[in-house]
Design a protein around this ligand. Sequence first.
Ligand code: 13P
Ligand code: SF4
Length: 355
Amino acid sequence: AASDPDLVARARAAKEALGDRVFVLGHHYQRDEVIEFADVTGDSFKLARDAAGRPDAEYVVFCGVHFMAESADILTGPDQAVILPDLAAGCSMADMAGLAQVEDAWDALEDVGIASSVVPVTYMNSSADIKAFCGKHGGAVCTSSNAQVALEWAYAQKKDAKVLFLPDQHLGRNTAVRELGMSLDDCVVWNPHKPNGGLTPGQLRDARMILWKGHCSVHGRFTAQCVDDVRERVPGVQVLVHPECTHEVVTKADLVGSTEFIIKTVEAAPPGSSWAIGTELNLVQRLANAHPEQHITFLDKTVCYCSTMNRIDLPHFVWAMENLVAGHVVNRIEVDPETERWAKVALQRMLDLPA
Ligand code: 13P
Ligand code: SF4
Protein backbone atom coordinates (compact mmCIF):
# COMPACT_ATOMS: atom_id res chain seq x y z
CA ALA A 1 0.00 0.00 0.00
CA ALA A 2 1.15 3.57 -0.67
CA SER A 3 2.48 5.42 2.35
CA ASP A 4 0.46 8.19 4.01
CA PRO A 5 1.59 11.36 2.15
CA ASP A 6 1.47 13.41 5.33
CA LEU A 7 3.87 11.03 7.09
CA VAL A 8 6.16 10.97 4.06
CA ALA A 9 6.30 14.79 4.08
CA ARG A 10 7.01 14.81 7.84
CA ALA A 11 9.80 12.23 7.48
CA ARG A 12 11.35 14.30 4.69
CA ALA A 13 11.13 17.50 6.69
CA ALA A 14 12.68 15.89 9.78
CA LYS A 15 15.53 14.44 7.72
CA GLU A 16 16.19 17.77 6.11
CA ALA A 17 16.11 19.60 9.45
CA LEU A 18 18.66 17.19 10.94
CA GLY A 19 20.93 17.13 7.88
CA ASP A 20 24.31 15.50 8.49
CA ARG A 21 23.62 15.22 12.21
CA VAL A 22 21.60 12.07 11.51
CA PHE A 23 22.65 8.90 9.70
CA VAL A 24 19.87 6.46 8.83
CA LEU A 25 20.71 2.78 8.31
CA GLY A 26 18.23 0.34 6.77
CA HIS A 27 18.50 -3.45 6.80
CA HIS A 28 17.42 -5.20 3.60
CA TYR A 29 14.40 -6.70 5.38
CA GLN A 30 12.88 -3.33 6.20
CA ARG A 31 9.65 -2.08 4.66
CA ASP A 32 9.85 0.03 1.47
CA GLU A 33 8.33 3.01 3.31
CA VAL A 34 11.34 3.01 5.66
CA ILE A 35 14.04 2.03 3.15
CA GLU A 36 13.08 5.15 1.22
CA PHE A 37 14.64 7.26 3.99
CA ALA A 38 17.77 5.19 4.58
CA ASP A 39 21.12 6.80 3.79
CA VAL A 40 22.55 3.31 3.35
CA THR A 41 21.04 -0.14 3.09
CA GLY A 42 22.78 -3.44 3.67
CA ASP A 43 22.99 -6.78 5.40
CA SER A 44 24.05 -6.89 9.02
CA PHE A 45 27.77 -7.03 8.18
CA LYS A 46 27.70 -4.05 5.84
CA LEU A 47 25.57 -2.03 8.23
CA ALA A 48 27.96 -2.69 11.14
CA ARG A 49 30.80 -1.38 8.97
CA ASP A 50 28.78 1.58 7.74
CA ALA A 51 27.78 2.56 11.28
CA ALA A 52 31.44 2.63 12.29
CA GLY A 53 32.25 4.74 9.23
CA ARG A 54 30.30 7.86 10.21
CA PRO A 55 31.95 9.15 13.44
CA ASP A 56 30.67 12.67 12.76
CA ALA A 57 26.96 11.74 12.92
CA GLU A 58 25.40 12.73 16.23
CA TYR A 59 22.45 10.36 15.78
CA VAL A 60 22.43 6.95 14.15
CA VAL A 61 18.85 5.86 13.48
CA PHE A 62 18.91 2.11 13.02
CA CYS A 63 16.05 0.69 10.98
CA GLY A 64 16.57 -2.97 11.74
CA VAL A 65 16.36 -5.07 14.89
CA HIS A 66 17.71 -4.71 18.43
CA PHE A 67 20.92 -6.74 18.10
CA MET A 68 21.94 -4.68 15.07
CA ALA A 69 21.40 -1.42 16.96
CA GLU A 70 23.47 -2.80 19.85
CA SER A 71 26.30 -3.65 17.45
CA ALA A 72 26.08 -0.15 15.98
CA ASP A 73 26.31 1.33 19.50
CA ILE A 74 29.39 -0.77 20.22
CA LEU A 75 31.09 0.30 17.00
CA THR A 76 30.24 4.01 17.22
CA GLY A 77 31.68 6.64 19.54
CA PRO A 78 30.40 7.39 23.06
CA ASP A 79 28.91 10.72 21.96
CA GLN A 80 26.91 9.16 19.16
CA ALA A 81 23.37 8.07 20.05
CA VAL A 82 22.01 4.95 18.34
CA ILE A 83 18.22 4.96 18.07
CA LEU A 84 15.90 2.03 17.36
CA PRO A 85 12.54 3.51 16.27
CA ASP A 86 10.56 0.71 17.98
CA LEU A 87 12.06 -1.02 21.01
CA ALA A 88 9.86 -4.06 20.35
CA ALA A 89 11.85 -4.82 17.19
CA GLY A 90 13.77 -7.78 18.57
CA CYS A 91 14.82 -11.05 16.94
CA SER A 92 13.40 -14.39 18.00
CA MET A 93 16.66 -16.12 17.02
CA ALA A 94 18.79 -13.82 19.17
CA ASP A 95 16.40 -14.47 22.06
CA MET A 96 17.07 -18.21 21.82
CA ALA A 97 20.51 -17.83 23.43
CA GLY A 98 20.51 -16.16 26.85
CA LEU A 99 23.77 -15.41 28.64
CA ALA A 100 22.94 -17.58 31.66
CA GLN A 101 22.17 -20.53 29.36
CA VAL A 102 25.44 -20.09 27.48
CA GLU A 103 27.40 -19.82 30.73
CA ASP A 104 25.76 -23.04 31.95
CA ALA A 105 26.73 -24.73 28.69
CA TRP A 106 30.32 -23.54 29.09
CA ASP A 107 30.44 -24.90 32.65
CA ALA A 108 29.23 -28.24 31.31
CA LEU A 109 31.95 -28.22 28.63
CA GLU A 110 34.47 -27.54 31.40
CA ASP A 111 33.14 -30.49 33.40
CA VAL A 112 33.60 -32.73 30.38
CA GLY A 113 37.15 -31.38 30.05
CA ILE A 114 36.84 -29.87 26.57
CA ALA A 115 36.23 -26.16 27.21
CA SER A 116 39.92 -25.36 26.72
CA SER A 117 39.72 -26.55 23.11
CA VAL A 118 36.43 -24.80 22.31
CA VAL A 119 36.34 -21.51 20.39
CA PRO A 120 32.93 -19.81 20.68
CA VAL A 121 31.68 -18.10 17.52
CA THR A 122 28.43 -16.19 17.54
CA TYR A 123 26.35 -15.10 14.62
CA MET A 124 25.78 -11.36 14.54
CA ASN A 125 22.15 -12.20 15.36
CA SER A 126 22.78 -12.41 19.11
CA SER A 127 22.60 -10.05 22.06
CA ALA A 128 25.61 -7.93 23.01
CA ASP A 129 26.28 -10.02 26.13
CA ILE A 130 26.63 -13.17 24.01
CA LYS A 131 29.11 -11.34 21.78
CA ALA A 132 30.94 -10.24 24.94
CA PHE A 133 31.02 -13.87 26.14
CA CYS A 134 32.70 -14.85 22.87
CA GLY A 135 35.15 -11.96 23.13
CA LYS A 136 36.14 -13.02 26.65
CA HIS A 137 36.61 -16.64 25.68
CA GLY A 138 38.82 -16.09 22.65
CA GLY A 139 36.02 -16.20 20.10
CA ALA A 140 34.53 -13.95 17.45
CA VAL A 141 31.37 -12.76 15.77
CA CYS A 142 30.43 -13.72 12.22
CA THR A 143 27.66 -12.89 9.78
CA SER A 144 26.17 -14.86 6.94
CA SER A 145 28.62 -13.17 4.55
CA ASN A 146 31.75 -14.24 6.40
CA ALA A 147 30.81 -17.38 8.32
CA GLN A 148 33.26 -19.52 6.33
CA VAL A 149 36.31 -17.33 7.00
CA ALA A 150 35.26 -16.87 10.61
CA LEU A 151 35.08 -20.64 11.13
CA GLU A 152 38.39 -21.19 9.36
CA TRP A 153 39.86 -18.57 11.69
CA ALA A 154 38.32 -20.31 14.73
CA TYR A 155 39.65 -23.76 13.82
CA ALA A 156 43.13 -22.26 13.35
CA GLN A 157 43.14 -20.83 16.89
CA LYS A 158 43.86 -24.08 18.72
CA LYS A 159 45.07 -27.56 18.11
CA ASP A 160 42.09 -29.92 17.61
CA ALA A 161 39.78 -26.98 18.06
CA LYS A 162 36.04 -27.38 18.43
CA VAL A 163 33.60 -24.57 17.76
CA LEU A 164 30.58 -23.68 19.86
CA PHE A 165 28.36 -21.93 17.31
CA LEU A 166 25.65 -19.58 18.60
CA PRO A 167 22.69 -19.20 18.17
CA ASP A 168 21.75 -20.37 14.63
CA GLN A 169 22.20 -24.09 14.19
CA HIS A 170 21.42 -23.85 10.48
CA LEU A 171 24.04 -21.26 9.54
CA GLY A 172 26.55 -23.19 11.64
CA ARG A 173 25.74 -26.57 10.10
CA ASN A 174 25.46 -25.28 6.55
CA THR A 175 28.81 -23.53 6.78
CA ALA A 176 30.59 -26.46 8.45
CA VAL A 177 29.32 -29.00 5.96
CA ARG A 178 29.20 -27.01 2.73
CA GLU A 179 32.18 -24.69 3.14
CA LEU A 180 34.50 -26.55 5.49
CA GLY A 181 33.81 -30.04 4.21
CA MET A 182 32.75 -31.54 7.53
CA SER A 183 30.25 -34.34 7.77
CA LEU A 184 26.88 -34.05 9.47
CA ASP A 185 28.23 -36.44 12.10
CA ASP A 186 30.88 -33.89 13.09
CA CYS A 187 28.05 -31.63 14.30
CA VAL A 188 25.98 -32.03 17.47
CA VAL A 189 23.14 -29.83 18.67
CA TRP A 190 23.21 -28.35 22.16
CA ASN A 191 19.68 -28.02 23.52
CA PRO A 192 19.73 -25.41 26.32
CA HIS A 193 16.49 -26.81 27.75
CA LYS A 194 17.97 -30.22 28.50
CA PRO A 195 20.56 -31.20 31.13
CA ASN A 196 24.01 -31.23 29.51
CA GLY A 197 22.44 -29.94 26.32
CA GLY A 198 20.90 -33.40 25.79
CA LEU A 199 24.36 -34.74 24.87
CA THR A 200 26.62 -37.37 26.39
CA PRO A 201 30.25 -36.55 27.30
CA GLY A 202 31.32 -38.91 24.50
CA GLN A 203 29.26 -37.06 21.90
CA LEU A 204 30.75 -33.75 23.02
CA ARG A 205 34.31 -35.10 22.91
CA ASP A 206 33.81 -36.49 19.40
CA ALA A 207 32.10 -33.40 17.96
CA ARG A 208 33.96 -30.76 16.00
CA MET A 209 31.02 -28.42 15.83
CA ILE A 210 28.66 -27.83 18.76
CA LEU A 211 25.59 -26.08 17.37
CA TRP A 212 23.31 -24.10 19.63
CA LYS A 213 19.68 -25.09 19.16
CA GLY A 214 18.46 -21.80 17.70
CA HIS A 215 16.92 -20.91 14.38
CA CYS A 216 15.28 -18.11 12.43
CA SER A 217 11.50 -18.31 12.52
CA VAL A 218 11.30 -16.76 9.04
CA HIS A 219 13.90 -18.81 7.15
CA GLY A 220 12.99 -21.93 9.11
CA ARG A 221 9.63 -21.95 7.36
CA PHE A 222 11.00 -22.91 3.96
CA THR A 223 10.84 -26.66 3.44
CA ALA A 224 12.31 -29.13 0.98
CA GLN A 225 8.75 -29.48 -0.34
CA CYS A 226 8.75 -25.74 -1.20
CA VAL A 227 11.80 -26.34 -3.39
CA ASP A 228 10.25 -29.37 -5.12
CA ASP A 229 6.97 -27.49 -5.69
CA VAL A 230 8.57 -24.42 -7.21
CA ARG A 231 10.72 -26.52 -9.54
CA GLU A 232 7.55 -28.16 -10.78
CA ARG A 233 5.63 -24.88 -11.03
CA VAL A 234 8.39 -22.88 -12.75
CA PRO A 235 10.50 -24.95 -15.17
CA GLY A 236 14.13 -23.79 -15.34
CA VAL A 237 13.89 -21.85 -12.08
CA GLN A 238 17.04 -21.32 -10.02
CA VAL A 239 16.54 -21.60 -6.29
CA LEU A 240 18.48 -19.01 -4.29
CA VAL A 241 18.32 -19.19 -0.49
CA HIS A 242 19.81 -17.69 2.67
CA PRO A 243 22.01 -19.99 4.82
CA GLU A 244 19.61 -19.58 7.77
CA CYS A 245 17.42 -22.10 5.92
CA THR A 246 17.60 -25.74 7.01
CA HIS A 247 20.33 -28.00 5.66
CA GLU A 248 17.75 -29.91 3.65
CA VAL A 249 16.56 -26.76 1.87
CA VAL A 250 20.09 -25.47 1.30
CA THR A 251 21.14 -28.85 -0.13
CA LYS A 252 18.30 -28.73 -2.64
CA ALA A 253 18.95 -25.10 -3.64
CA ASP A 254 21.09 -23.95 -6.57
CA LEU A 255 22.74 -21.03 -4.79
CA VAL A 256 23.15 -20.09 -1.13
CA GLY A 257 24.26 -16.81 0.40
CA SER A 258 23.67 -13.75 2.56
CA THR A 259 21.21 -11.05 1.63
CA GLU A 260 23.99 -9.03 -0.07
CA PHE A 261 24.93 -12.13 -2.08
CA ILE A 262 21.32 -12.70 -3.08
CA ILE A 263 20.97 -9.11 -4.30
CA LYS A 264 24.27 -9.14 -6.20
CA THR A 265 23.44 -12.48 -7.83
CA VAL A 266 20.11 -11.22 -9.13
CA GLU A 267 21.58 -7.89 -10.25
CA ALA A 268 24.29 -9.67 -12.25
CA ALA A 269 21.93 -12.15 -13.94
CA PRO A 270 20.90 -11.78 -17.59
CA PRO A 271 17.35 -10.65 -18.44
CA GLY A 272 14.90 -13.52 -18.54
CA SER A 273 16.51 -15.35 -15.61
CA SER A 274 14.10 -17.12 -13.35
CA TRP A 275 14.53 -17.19 -9.55
CA ALA A 276 12.74 -18.62 -6.55
CA ILE A 277 14.15 -16.77 -3.55
CA GLY A 278 14.11 -18.09 0.01
CA THR A 279 14.59 -15.12 2.30
CA GLU A 280 12.49 -12.40 3.91
CA LEU A 281 9.60 -11.16 1.80
CA ASN A 282 10.23 -7.38 1.87
CA LEU A 283 13.58 -8.01 0.21
CA VAL A 284 12.20 -10.46 -2.35
CA GLN A 285 9.39 -8.07 -3.32
CA ARG A 286 11.81 -5.16 -3.65
CA LEU A 287 14.08 -7.27 -5.87
CA ALA A 288 11.14 -8.34 -8.02
CA ASN A 289 10.03 -4.69 -8.44
CA ALA A 290 13.56 -3.56 -9.27
CA HIS A 291 14.05 -6.33 -11.86
CA PRO A 292 10.94 -6.61 -14.03
CA GLU A 293 13.21 -8.06 -16.75
CA GLN A 294 13.65 -11.20 -14.63
CA HIS A 295 11.13 -13.64 -13.29
CA ILE A 296 11.33 -13.53 -9.49
CA THR A 297 9.07 -15.56 -7.24
CA PHE A 298 9.01 -16.21 -3.52
CA LEU A 299 10.09 -19.69 -2.50
CA ASP A 300 7.10 -20.21 -0.21
CA LYS A 301 3.47 -19.80 -1.23
CA THR A 302 2.54 -18.20 2.08
CA VAL A 303 3.43 -14.70 3.25
CA CYS A 304 6.70 -14.65 5.14
CA TYR A 305 7.75 -11.27 6.54
CA CYS A 306 9.94 -10.97 9.59
CA SER A 307 7.35 -9.60 12.01
CA THR A 308 9.88 -7.83 14.22
CA MET A 309 11.67 -6.18 11.29
CA ASN A 310 8.25 -4.97 10.17
CA ARG A 311 7.66 -3.24 13.49
CA ILE A 312 9.79 -0.39 12.22
CA ASP A 313 7.23 1.41 10.12
CA LEU A 314 6.83 4.98 8.92
CA PRO A 315 4.91 6.20 12.01
CA HIS A 316 7.65 4.94 14.35
CA PHE A 317 10.35 6.38 12.11
CA VAL A 318 8.67 9.79 11.98
CA TRP A 319 8.14 9.75 15.75
CA ALA A 320 11.83 9.06 16.43
CA MET A 321 13.04 11.62 13.88
CA GLU A 322 10.70 14.41 15.00
CA ASN A 323 11.79 13.85 18.59
CA LEU A 324 15.41 14.27 17.50
CA VAL A 325 14.50 17.50 15.75
CA ALA A 326 12.96 18.68 19.03
CA GLY A 327 16.15 17.71 20.88
CA HIS A 328 14.74 14.57 22.54
CA VAL A 329 16.70 11.37 22.07
CA VAL A 330 14.13 8.58 22.26
CA ASN A 331 14.68 4.79 22.21
CA ARG A 332 18.43 5.08 22.61
CA ILE A 333 20.21 1.72 22.59
CA GLU A 334 23.16 1.78 24.96
CA VAL A 335 25.28 -1.26 25.78
CA ASP A 336 26.90 -1.10 29.24
CA PRO A 337 30.66 -0.36 29.16
CA GLU A 338 31.89 -3.77 30.39
CA THR A 339 29.74 -5.69 27.89
CA GLU A 340 30.72 -3.25 25.19
CA ARG A 341 34.44 -3.72 25.85
CA TRP A 342 34.31 -7.49 25.34
CA ALA A 343 31.72 -7.48 22.59
CA LYS A 344 33.96 -5.07 20.70
CA VAL A 345 36.83 -7.55 20.96
CA ALA A 346 34.68 -10.21 19.27
CA LEU A 347 33.33 -7.79 16.65
CA GLN A 348 36.81 -6.48 15.90
CA ARG A 349 38.08 -10.03 15.33
CA MET A 350 35.36 -10.33 12.70
CA LEU A 351 36.16 -6.98 11.09
CA ASP A 352 39.84 -8.01 10.94
CA LEU A 353 39.12 -11.28 9.08
CA PRO A 354 40.47 -11.45 5.53
CA ALA A 355 37.81 -10.28 3.06
P1 13P B 1 22.13 -10.99 6.97
O1 13P B 1 21.77 -9.55 7.11
O2 13P B 1 23.50 -11.26 7.56
O3 13P B 1 22.00 -11.53 5.60
O4 13P B 1 21.16 -11.81 7.94
C1 13P B 1 19.85 -11.99 7.67
C2 13P B 1 19.01 -11.81 8.86
O5 13P B 1 18.23 -12.64 9.20
C3 13P B 1 19.13 -10.58 9.58
O6 13P B 1 18.29 -10.61 10.64
FE1 SF4 C 1 15.77 -12.59 13.44
FE2 SF4 C 1 15.09 -14.14 11.38
FE3 SF4 C 1 13.94 -11.76 11.69
FE4 SF4 C 1 16.52 -11.93 10.96
S1 SF4 C 1 14.76 -12.62 9.78
S2 SF4 C 1 15.63 -10.57 12.51
S3 SF4 C 1 17.14 -13.76 12.12
S4 SF4 C 1 13.77 -13.54 13.11
